[in-house]
Ligand binder design. Structure first.
Ligand code: FE2
Length: 411
């Protein structure tokens, strides 16, 4: 197949893309069609590597209001609501909702997903369902599964055993939630445990780290130190880190050296954390989103995630990770022209680094032909005009398509 006249990643010059046997064979201007080759004219359209959802909770998605709505809008009431919903959790229920959510994401150009799955459930129901779906969807939407202890590791009955069971069942990534543990000591011990578990089984690490407005919540320094000392380094990710928003600048200046040494990745979730954080404040209310702009300026890898889609922690969402970019650019004050143009990297290349996709990802000859075509000439316009993802190709196969809506103004 030959895709004609596209702008690849905002390039000013048009390119053609030849896909053969599920791989990018050739990329360049003015490629001549071969006899019998299918040609897709995409003149003036934008081609990007596929979007990546680097932080979402698929097991809880599409459950808002079941059995109760989160009235206060706080993280902790969300955990209580979910704890009630968990009582009626079945494998079929998880499978149905995740299947719907993944298709919502696919419609929006997402092809890779890292999902956290709550393992503070003695039956590990959601984990079992998610691992099945990971295999069923492999090659269409590739899912990485994090063993995520929503109610703590050392603060939940048999928390350590449940974590190890989930990893043995096949989870790809080890999680933790230090700010939710009963004490600072438990928080530190839970992080030590998570890093050691990842080392033992050769897994990645992704911690819900300091998702609280408490400026004293300092799991991040522990996680970064362990990542550095263990040599796991960029195999480790700190998600949320909203307390960093409230750290004093002197401490952040000191912390930044360790963060750079550690080479860990960050995932920020601007939609959900703008909604959840600052809830104990009167005025001014803190935004609670981590210091994305400053981390990027230091050369530290940051991606954006949606986090929650219509669940107890976030009552909106259509699985469109571009919404996280739109919000993040506002909240992080990253609205310079080039910052907006480049912002797709927060849900593509940067996220690919976090997920360790390596050569499975990227628009380059020889790599799998996974890419999306947007109805815009560059990402600035695609973001601003909420342009449709016209085509989503995974390994050379069309997995989703849309037609632009027809809208007419009648005056
Ligand atoms: Fe999360």
């Amino acid at each position: 197949m030959l895709i004609k006249n596209v702008s690849i990643e905002n390039a000013a010059q048009a390119s053609d893309i030849r896909v053969t046997d599920g791989k990018f064979e050739e990329i360049g201007p003015d490629l001549a069609p071969r006899a019998g080759e299918e040609v897709l004219d995409c003149t003036g359209k934008l081609v990007l590597p596929p979007f990546i959802e680097s932080h979402v909770h698929l097991d809880t998605c599409l459950t808002a209001g079941e059995p109760v709505w989160n009235q206060s809008g706080t993280l902790f009431e969300g955990i209580r609501c979910w704890s009630l919903r968990k009582e009626s959790l079945t494998k079929q229920d998880v499978r149905d909702r995740v299947n719907r959510a993944v298709r919502m994401q696919a419609r929006n150009g997402v092809q890779f997903v890292r999902t956290h799955v709550d393992v503070t459930d003695p039956k590990l129901t959601a984990m079992e369902a998610m691992l099945e779906l990971r295999e069923e969807l492999r090659g269409t939407v590739d899912i990485q599964v994090v063993a995520f202890p929503q109610e703590g590791i050392d603060s939940f009955p048999n928390g350590r055993r449940l974590m190890e069971d989930a990893v043995r069942m096949g989870a790809d990534v080890v999680g933790a939630i230090p700010h939710f543990e009963f004490t600072r000591e438990y928080a530190v011990e839970s992080l030590n445990f998570a890093v050691e578990l990842a080392e033992k089984y050769g897994k990645l690490v992704d911690v819900h780290c300091d998702e609280i407005d408490d400026e004293q919540s300092r799991g991040l320094e522990v996680l970064a130190a362990r990542a550095y000392e263990s040599g796991l380094k960029d195999r480790v990710t700190a998600s949320h880190t909203t307390a960093m928003h409230s750290y004093n600048n002197a401490y952040v200046t000191k912390l930044m050296r360790l963060l750079k040494l550690s080479e860990i990745n960050f995932v920020s979730n601007p939609l959900v954390n703008t909604h959840l954080q600052g809830r104990m404040d009167t005025y001014p209310k803190r935004r609670g989103v981590t210091r994305v702009k400053e981390l990027l300026a230091e050369g530290i890898n940051v991606s954006f995630g949606h986090d929650d889609v219509f669940d107890p922690w976030y009552p909106l969402g259509t699985g469109n990770v571009r919404d996280a970019v739109f919000m993040g650019l506002h909240v992080c004050q990253m609205m310079g022209y080039q910052e907006i143009m480049d912002s797709y990297k927060l849900i593509s290349a940067n996220a690919a680094k976090t997920l360790h996709l390596g050569e499975r990802y990227g628009i380059q000859a020889g790599r799998p032909a996974s890419f999306i075509v947007l109805d815009a000439e560059n990402f600035y316009n695609a973001l601003n005009q909420k342009s449709e993802v016209l085509y989503s190709f995974k390994n050379g196969r069309l997995i989703a398509k849309s037609a632009p809506a027809v809208r007419e103004v009648l005056f």
